[in-house]
Design a protein around this ligand. Structure first.
Ligand code: C2E
Ligand code: MG
Ligand code: MG
Length: 636
């Protein structure tokens, strides 16, 4: 990709007279002869004395490299040649154009056409007549600094010097363009350039009614490579990635569907910055072909890379947007391909996804949630509600579960089912979880101080918090700060968190238990734990998931499962709470099975702090009533 002075300078000579073309040939090819004869001349100069003129010529050849002249005799042929060589990425540096070439179009016409095709080429207008007005032609073929004039008959030195001077200027300008439009690390086109290409390709796809695909690639684990092995290794890795993308697009794979391999030329890859790349497939037969290309790129990158004694595996996530269905302009297509990439990465890193319209609304919402969540603590947008847990055998309140609520000015109130995963993904859960535990313990302490009949406060713990080695110390500090006795706190962790890493879970559970608090397994029955394995964990309570409770009256399997969980827990001396009790038949079933605790909308919805305090007071006043009377008062 990098151009050096050894690359020949291509010069186009356009003149209808064979003798004139011969004259050019002699002047321009002299260099080539000189090059071929360098060895011979060196020998000669050692044997004989060189003339100063010869020595100077050899020096200038060494500086400028070889010249590759191409000749043609007409204006139309010249325009075609410029187009073709540009398409091959072998552009001309200089075009010498005769003005009069009867009977075809003249040199000025050719100059305007050539300028439109190639804005960078240096054009020299050659004429024997003084009828060509430089100002006039300059207006027709801008810019003026890329247009020169040569009066016939010319001196050979004029041609030589002009070729050398103009091609040096052309090369210098090309280098500057490269810096502006190409990524210096990988040599791939940069964001700016890829945007221009996309705009051009879109126009062509529109004109020819063709399908075009934009593939947005993002490496999944690049940041880790950069962080752990340093930026130099990161840079090397990016170069390897660029080369693999280039070669797998250039040659296609065995699995490449026909018609796609050569539709993606090497120039259609770009590096957008960081670890993001773009691939343009300008000429697709079928949308599914874009998926096949994405697959091929993923496979090519997946091969381990050997760098700095490390064997690295990088996988890209790829998003695909298609013209015309996913967008008609460059910005929309890029944005949608980026969104699709984001979805692919979230779902399964190292795969590709086609854009679909639902991604827009979902993703936008997800971004807003994340954005707003970042400032939510500072704006004091969180509150806690408390859902009572009842002892269905006595009708008393055995506990209160603290449930987090978030109300945001832009989004309204958002369910924890939606924002907790975002908080976990962004790491915000640690600060939020700490606030929840502190606030819940403060509230519990207050109820205790008021002498309300209340055994424990239950607080949900995210797997992310539970996985931190310092979490038990954090819990201990909060208990200490609030003065709540440890036995009044129960932490709820989900089954999947325990099963994710049993060894770690056992250790963490033991440490927490040493503080004197209780532990409950939340949403029990939805994961894949068994009683056999759970026995090894010293948990105090299982909370039967709502999905079983809600179908105990309809589905005999679920009824059997719920009954079995209750019976086996009793024999293992583990407490049971049934979650999500919504109606009397469900409550009756639980009482039949002698289930101890229940929680659900039938008994009470989650309540704001004040309302929860009121409920506790009401229950307190009922101390002498029977169980059914108590429940009646509570349920209303
Ligand atoms: P969870 O811990 O299983 O909490 C019980 C959820 O079931 C609560 O939803 C509660 O309002 C709801 N629920 C209770 N009874 C019934 C009922 O009879 N019918 C129905 N349909 N639903 C009932 P919520 O408050 O939306 O919380 C959902 C989940 O969000 C919680 O499930 C918990 O996993 C998580 N969560 C809530 N607060 C926190 C928190 O402070 N920290 C963490 N890490 N997670 C929390
Ligand atoms: Mg819970
Ligand atoms: Mg639950």
């Amino acid at each position: 990709m990098a151009e050096n002075t050894a690359t020949p300078i291509r010069v186009l000579v356009v003149d209808d007279e064979p003798e004139v073309r011969d004259a050019y040939r002699q002047i321009l090819l002299e260099n080539e002869v000189t090059q071929e004869m360098v060895g011979f001349r060196e020998l000669r100069s050692r044997l004989f004395k060189r003339t100063p003129a010869e020595a100077a010529r050899e020096r200038s050849v060494a500086r400028t490299g070889t010249i590759e002249p191409v000749f043609c005799d007409g204006a139309q042929a010249a325009v075609n040649l410029v187009k073709e060589s540009l398409a091959r990425n072998e552009p001309f540096a200089v075009v010498f154009l005769d003005v009069r070439m009867p009977p075809g179009p003249d040199g000025v016409w050719a100059a305007t056409q050539i300028r439109e095709v190639d804005p960078a080429v240096e054009i020299v207008i050659c004429t024997a007549y003084s009828d060509a007005d430089p100002c006039e032609i300059g207006g027709l073929v801008p810019p003026e600094d890329k247009l020169s004039y040569l009066q016939k008959p010319f001196h050979p030195h004029e041609i030589r010097q002009m070729t050398i001077a103009l091609s040096s200027k052309w090369r210098a300008e090309r280098r500057i363009v490269r810096l502006a439009y190409f990524d210096t690390l990988t040599g791939l086109p940069n964001r700016e350039q890829s945007h221009n290409r996309l705009v051009g390709a879109l126009q062509a796809a529109k004109d020819n009614k063709r399908t075009l695909a934009v593939l947005y690639l993002d490496l999944d684990n690049f940041k880790r490579v950069n962080d752990t092995l340093g930026h130099a290794v990161g840079d090397q890795l990016l170069c390897v990635v660029a080369e693999r993308l280039r070669s797998s697009l250039r040659y296609g794979g065995d699995s490449a569907p026909a018609g796609t391999a050569d539709s993606a030329r090497p120039g259609d890859i770009a590096r957008l910055g960081g670890d993001e790349f773009l691939v343009l497939l300008p000429n697709l037969r079928a949308a599914s072909d874009a998926g096949a290309v994405a697959d091929r790129l993923i496979m090519a990158l997946r091969e381990p890379v050997q760098l700095a004694l490390n064997s690295l595996v990088v996988t890209p996530s790829v998003g695909i947007a298609l013209f015309p269905q996913d967008g008609e302009d460059a910005e929309t297509l890029l944005r949608n391909a980026d969104l699709a990439m984001y979805f692919a990465k979230r779902r399964t890193p190292g795969t590709f996804a086609f854009f679909d319209a639902s991604m827009n609304a979902n993703a936008l919402h997800r971004f807003t949630v994340e954005e707003q969540l970042r400032g939510a603590m500072g704006r004091d947008e969180f509150t806690l509600q408390y859902q009572p847990q009842f002892d269905v055998r006595t009708g008393s309140v055995s506990g209160m579960e603290a449930l987090l609520r978030w109300t945001n000015a832009e989004l309204g109130s958002i369910s924890p089912v939606e924002f907790i995963p975002v908080a976990e993904e962004t790491g915000l859960i640690h600060a939020i979880g700490k606030w929840v535990l502190l606030s819940a313990c403060q509230q519990a302490r207050k109820w205790r101080d008021e002498g309300l009949p209340f055994k424990r406060i239950a607080v949900n713990v995210s797997g992310r918090q539970f996985a931190l080695a310092e979490y038990p110390a954090e819990v201990a500090a909060i208990l200490e700060a609030t003065g709540l006795e440890p036995s009044a706190l129960e932490l709820e962790i989900t089954e999947s968190v325990v099963m994710a890493d049993e060894v770690w879970a056992q250790k963490a559970i033991n440490e927490l238990k040493q503080l004197g608090i209780s532990l409950a397994i939340d949403d029990f029955g939805t994961g894949y734990s068994s009683f056999g394995r759970l026995r090894h964990f010293s948990v105090d309570r299982l909370k039967i998931d709502r999905s079983f409770v809600s179908s105990v009256t309809e589905c005999s399997d679920d009824r059997a499962i719920a009954a079995a969980i209750i019976a086996m827990s009793r024999s293992l001396r583990i407490n049971v709470t049934a979650e999500g009790v919504e109606n009397f038949p469900q409550l009756a079933f639980l009482q039949e099975q002698d289930c101890q605790d229940a929680q659900g909308f039938l008994l009470s919805r989650p309540l704001p702090g004040d309302a929860a305090s009121d409920l506790l007071r009401r229950v307190n006043d009922l101390s002498d009533e029977s169980r059914s009377q108590r429940l009646k008062v509570i349920i209303g």
